[in-house]
Design a protein around this ligand. Sequence first.
Ligand code: NAD
Ligand code: GLY
Length: 370
Amino acid sequence: MTSIRSLTVSLGERSYPIHAGPGLLDRGDLVVPQLAGSRALIVTTETVSGLGYAHRLQNAIAGDAACDCLVLPDGEAHKTLATCMKVYDHLLQQRHDRHTTLIAVGGGVVGDMTGFVAATYQRGVRFIQAPTTLLAQVDSSVGGKTGVNHPLGKNMIGAFHQPALVLADTDTLQSLPQRELAAGLAEVIKYGLVRDRDFFRWLEHAMDALIRGDTAALINAILVSCRIKADVVAADETEQGVRAILNLGHTFGHAIEAESGYGNWLHGEAVGAGMVMAAWLSRALDWLAEDELSRIVALVRRAGLPTAPPPGMTPEQFLERMAVDKKARGGRIRLVLQQGIGAATVTADFPPRLLRQTLEHFTAHGARTD
Ligand code: NAD
Ligand code: GLY
C-alpha cells in the first residue's frame, strides 16, 4: 500500500506542511485543524468539480465547518482580475469575514487566483492548497506566489501569500490528461536541472514510468521536487536572490505563452521549450557540455514536451516580451542559465549577441533543437 509522505516548508511561524499521497481529499482530519474559523470557501473549476474532487473535500470537513463551493471557468485565459472579482463577489454576498479560509481545489490557475484573493480579501485570510495537477503538486501550490495575468505580461499582478497547508492527493493524477501530465513533468525536470544532478539522473531512468502515471514514481518525483522547492523558498521567500533559479526556462516560456495567446501553449510546455533554449545559450557560453545539452533536450522530448517555440515567433517578439520579465533590472534582461546539470545561476552576464543568436537559432525556419 502506498503511504502518505509529508514534509515542511520552514518559514518560522508561517511554516506549513505538505502532504502527498493517495486518498488525501477525504482527510478532513488534516484540513480542519488548519482552518481559521468555522467557515470555509472551496474554489475550484468546472472540470475539477465535474470529477467530484471538490465535493469530496467539502464532505470531509462538513461536520466541522460550514463550507460553500464556487466553481470558476477553466483555463489560463481566465486567470484574470475579472475572474477574481467573481470570488470577491461571492465572499461578500455570502458574508464571509476575515476568519474564513479559502481552499483551492484544482490546478495552478485556480490555486494562483485563490491565493491572490486570499492575500487581498479583507487584507488577507488564510488559505489551503489542494492541488490536483502534477504541475500544481510539484510547484505552484508551494511557496506562496499568487497572482493573475495581464494582457501585457504573465503573472504581472500578484502577492506573496503562503498557504497554511498543501494537500496533494496523488489519486487525482489518474484522471489528468497526458498533455497536462507532461506539462507538470517540465517543472519536475526543472528541479533536477537547477539543484540536483542525481535527481536528473533518476528522471532519465524513471521517465517511462512517470509518463505512464506510475504512482510510486510520481510520489517520489513530487516529494523530491517539493523538498527542493521548500529549501529554496525557505532560503529566499520573496525572491530577493536565489529563488529566481526556479524560473529556469520561464523567461523564454512566458514570452511563448503570452505571444501565442494564454492557454494555447500550456505553461509547462512553454517551460519545456524555454529550458531547452536556456540550455542552448548556456552551451554557447561554454557553461554546459555538449553531451549535457543533448541529455537535456532528450529528457524534455521524452517527457512529451516541445523542444522549440511555436513556428512563426520572431526574435523581436521574444525580446519585447522578455523585457517585461520580473527578473529584468533597469531594462536589462536577466536569465536563469545552466552551469552544468544540477546547477543554475541568475545572470545578466551574457553577451546580448549570444541571446540574439539563440533566438535566431530557435526561430529560424525549421529550427533545430539539438
Ligand atoms: P490548470 O490549472 O489550467 O490545470 C490544467 C487543466 O487540468 C485545467 O483544465 C484543469 O481544470 C484540469 N484539471 C485539474 N486537475 C485535474 C485532474 N486531476 N484531472 C483532470 N483534469 C484536471 O494548469 P496547471 O498546469 O495546473 O497550472 C498552470 C498555472 O500555474 C499557470 O498559470 C502558471 O503560471 C502557474 N504556476 C504558478 C506557480 C507558482 O509558484 N505560483 C508555479 C508554476 C506555475
Ligand atoms: N515557480 C517559481 C517559484 O515559485 O518561485
